[in-house]
Design a protein around this ligand. Sequence first.
Ligand SMILES: Cc1ncc(COP(=O)(O)O)c(C=O)c1O
Length: 353
Amino acid sequence: MVKLHSVYMPPRDELMPELENLLYSGYIAEGPKVKEFEETFSNFIRIPSYAVSSCTAALHLALILSGVGPGDEVVSTPMTAEPTNVAIHMAGARVRWADVDPTTGNVTPQSVDEAVTENTKAILVVHYGGIPVQKIYDSTLPGVFVIEDCAHALGSEGIGWGDIQSWSFQAIKHFTTGGEGGMLSNRMVLDESQIRSLRWFGIDREKSRTTVDVKEHGWKYNMTDVQATFGLAAMRHLPQNIKRIKSNGWILEQALSRVPGLQVYQSGGHVPSYLFYTVLAERRDDLAKKLTEAGIGCGQVHRRNDEHTVFAYAKRELPGLDEYWKHMLHIPCGWWLGEQDLDYIERTIKSGW
Ligand SMILES: Cc1ncc(COP(=O)(O)O)c(C=O)c1O
């Protein structure tokens, strides 16, 4: 079986002593390990970052920090996991769909431009599957923040250009902080103390608890030292895992670029840090059946979000998404794949479907 998703666990002899030390240290909530993890992650992506309990929490806070509230619209993509768009409702706002490029599943600057209205308060883009969304600064309005949902794209080049980024360390992402976890990053505009407050009821834990003033309420979105200990151990192996993902992606790109009835992303050598690899196939369901029968994990992974009842009010024509949705199939590409797996995927696809 070649798995489509896998959970990365750091070597037992590294993780367990660190975890055990922490668990019996008498301090397991948010503390020095979270700080160390934030610093490590910030250095890795080169953007100041703040640890939170999930990417959904980061998205919610990113929207709040962008000034999004009831009555506002957020331009977003329907081709994503539900949390991207549920977070918009959590902030009290409504979604407005931008169409996607039928070859990548990503929104384009043009599709965002078309979707923007006078009620637009933020733009939320997703680097779907790890493929970077083209920078859309030129298409934005003054005062409208661009939030990047980077849950699929840790390690991809060409991301991090927006105002705020959200990251996921849920179980099957590039690495995990023990099942759940996330990060919010921001290069310049926001007040650090406000971010720290919003993730903990409205209180900045760095200030004195007995004199601090809660000026606006926040949420219980902080990370614990237990999660951060997982994260620190996993991050030591992250560069080599990302390298492996990219080299697997490059091998698949070379192998599958000229297969009749199949189309793959042309990276031009800037291989994304794919969370999964996407092929666009004629008679996609037949290919999916063939791969499944051969023991190769594959699937569409997410349902296009515009089909959910909760977003019915936002329904509109999305011809780019219709095309992408008809042909797209996600296949494995992760750090857990070896040469034999890649060769098996190539041979199975090339034998026809
Ligand atoms: C694109 C995308 N955004 C956001 C999320 C939410 O991440 P989390 O589970 O860390 O809240 C996910 C989770 O799968 C995702 O795939």
